[in-house]
Design a protein around this ligand. Sequence first.
Ligand SMILES: [Zn+2]
Length: 466
Amino acid sequence: MLKIFLASICFFLLSARTSFSQSPTYVVLWFDTEDYVDPIADDAALRIANDLTSLGIQATFKIVGEKARVIEHRGRTDVIQALGRHCIGYHSDWHSIQPVPALNLQHFGFLEGAQEFERRQRPGFEDLSRIFGVTPACYGQPGSSWAPQSNLALRRMGIHVYLDSGNQIGYHDQPIWFGGLLYAYNMGPYQLRADLDHNIPESESFRHFDEATKQLRETGGGLISIYYHPTELVHTEFWDAVNFAQGAVRKRDAWVLPRRRTSEDAERCFQILKRYVEHAKSQPGVQFVTANDLLRIYANPTPPIVDKRTLAQHFSKNITFLSLNSGDLSAADILLQLLDLPAQYVDGPLRRGATSYTAKTIPDFVFASAISDVKSFIETNHYLPSEVFVGSQTLSLADFAATLSSQVLSPGSIRIEQGHLAFEQYVSTDAHKSFSWPIHPPGFAPDELLDMARLQAWTLKPARLR
Ligand SMILES: [Zn+2]
């Protein structure tokens, strides 16, 4: 008995010490594997996959559908097997062939856009699943060609992680839940890499990595994201930039090869990558994770049940997510609890609804009927309404949420309140910058997609490590 007691004390002290001194720093290392033009890129992917396997590191290879098809067609079972020892993600069917996703989806609504995305992207997803024998664990867009409609389509395809490096949406440089997916995106100072082309000395790259891990340790742990393209290690220019720049289309037999590095230079790049991951691996508390692991190390997004007054007080100041000791709630989670609906994921509204209601108060029976209508709408459609009918007039969803909160806080006569959508601040307002990519046509700036992201930010909340 005493022995068991002492053992449990030791275990307790040991785990207390571990968690106190070492908040975990997770590193997700991923490779956008996309160059289907030059076969030498297949060898680069093979080399990287094998190097990492021999270092005992599992990475995530986000593979383009056409890339998977060409390596199969070229008979590269060695490449398929080597990549298959790592986590497989999806990186669109054709990457830079027009219309690329953001261009394609710019003028689509949310629901039709999701269908359109699935129509174009499912074939590559299925080829990848067939060739590698697994369901891809994550998706990330080609270049900056991001679109919010992809979230719904990806969920339908069984993908629950969004892994990439854009800046259209984000919160505090760490993973978020958005659109029902775990987003490792917009990681700011935690998006790192060792420079391949002598611009930043290696010692400097190591120092940046160490600083990032130190900062994460001090703030309870977190994620560092590192990515490369296998093609970068064997070429000095991108396979798509030389063929498809600025919206260009080009017949397959006219595709040109990107300029290659010399074999010595390529070897130098492989060594830089190898030393960088060795350095990362040797740091205390650092653990490499894959896109699949992310769903295990982050707590599932089911919100905690919270006292309604707390939620209503929060909403009457700002409509945005709420982080408590017990967990995180998106604005949509909060609205559902205020409406007494069971916790479930629902998408944001499809349009920006407006308030046309002019009186200052609402009769009880009219508001009660509006509430029951909203509940039925959400249960039926699994997304939030754009506006709420109050008799023949409307309240925007934000004003409805604020009015509902005020009724929770002071039952009695129902006064119209204006809601302030604070979560919109986490969405970029600069479409030109956020969608900058040499493959997009000149001047491409799809404000519509950022507007849609603001609507979908009802679903945004920080992701929390378990
Ligand atoms: Zn790419």
